[in-house]
Design a protein. Structure first.
Length: 136
């Protein structure tokens, strides 16, 4: 799987795990199970929009809170990748840059990292993720 594909997969997994927990909690307080059944249907059709209705900001904010360490994922591709338990080394970021079509100098890591963060957020939005406009 591509690095970007892994980013999407992890975001989707975290979002669905959180959604699943919410569904179980709702069932525990007596909300009808009819609401839980439709939630399974969209998961069966991720081909059109792999991140359909995934609130990227919410997922990453919750992950940052759980990690208990400062995270600047809103501007840092390194912090974003770390939150998702991905390799954030320069080698991994260069591979992600190649995958996403970066045409600049990969030895200029500051410029590459800024471009990578914007591209990742843009592509998450293009793939159905809910990403605030100021992040892409």
């Amino acid at each position: 799987m591509s690095i970007f594909g892994t980013i999407m997969s992890k975001l989707s997994d975290y979002a669905h795990a959180a959604g699943h927990a919410a569904t179980q909690a709702a069932a525990a307080v007596g909300i009808g199970t009819a609401q839980a059944a439709p939630a399974a249907a969209p998961a069966a059709a991720p081909a059109a929009a792999p991140l359909a209705k995934v609130d990227v900001e919410k997922v990453l904010t919750e992950l940052a809170a759980k990690h208990g360490q400062p995270s600047n994922w809103r501007v840092s591709i390194v912090d974003l990748m770390k939150l998702l338990d991905l390799d954030s080394s320069l080698t991994a970021r260069k591979a992600l840059a190649a995958e996403l079509g970066f045409t600049g100098d990969t030895n200029d890591s500051a410029t590459m990292n800024i471009w990578l963060h914007k591209q990742v957020m843009k592509k998450l939005a293009e793939n159905g993720g809910k990403v605030p406009a100021d992040l892409h």
